[in-house]
Design a binder for this molecule. Structure first.
Ligand SMILES: Nc1ncnc2c1ncn2[C@@H]1O[C@H](COP(=O)(O)OP(=O)(O)O)[C@@H](O)[C@H]1O
Ligand SMILES: [Mg+2]
Length: 182
């Protein structure tokens, strides 16, 4: 994937609202699996965020879908959002099956699916491209993604993004200028 192809369109984002809407959307999917969803913001009101809301939703969607997919009934998925040192930290924490230490390095590579074959994707959609896309998008936003996991206990994905995404350069509109006096 070439990073040049991804269009980033930063704007003022009401992050709290974006997250609340997103959680409303995924709540039924979590409920279907009897998973409890928690969310937490370290600051309210949340500080100003200038970023691409479409791409943030894409990141949330992929990480959350994974958390739901790889966590058994009765588990918990937590979305924790922090503003800290000019960064937005989004943490998605699940109490699912976890990822073996040896596999952690591979999961962001295309088509890599790890863990028990039967439970990789099973009948659920997924071909092992979600995290590759997420990493690509996070990098396009000037951020990074990290994962910590304990096999059998759960996983935590942490996305760090700048709160104020640099605006792409747009030439100022040219206003006609009165001719210089001679
Ligand atoms: N929250 C998670 N818990 C356990 N394993 C995970 C989690 N997220 C991703 N993985 C592992 O990483 C692999 C790659 O994830 P992803 O790129 O989203 O592909 P998939 O289409 O399989 O979901 C998954 O197949 C799974 O083995
Ligand atoms: Mg996935």
């Amino acid at each position: 994937m070439e990073s040049g192809k991804l269009k980033v369109e930063p704007k003022d984002v009401d992050f709290k609202k974006l997250v609340d809407q997103f959680l409303d959307e995924v709540q039924p999917i979590a409920e279907e699996k009897q998973l409890t969803v928690y969310s937490h913001f370290n600051r309210e009101p949340f500080p100003r965020l200038v970023s691409d809301p479409r791409l943030i939703r894409l990141i949330l969607n992929n990480l959350f879908t994974n958390a739901i997919k790889y966590t058994d009934r009765g588990g918990r998925v937590t979305l924790s959002c922090k503003a800290e040192n000019g960064n937005l930290l989004i943490r998605i924490i699940d109490t699912g099956r976890g990822i073996a230490k040896n596999d952690l390095g591979r999961i962001f590579e295309p088509f890599e699916q790890v863990g028990a074959p039967k439970r990789r994707g099973g009948n659920l959609s997924g071909v092992g491209l979600g995290l590759t896309l997420v990493k690509h998008v996070v990098q396009a936003l000037g951020g990074k993604i990290e994962v910590e996991s304990d096999l059998g206990k759960g996983s935590t994905f942490t996305v760090t993004l700048p709160l104020l995404q640099a605006q792409p350069f747009r030439p100022a509109e040219t206003t006609p200028r009165p001719a210089d006096p001679i």
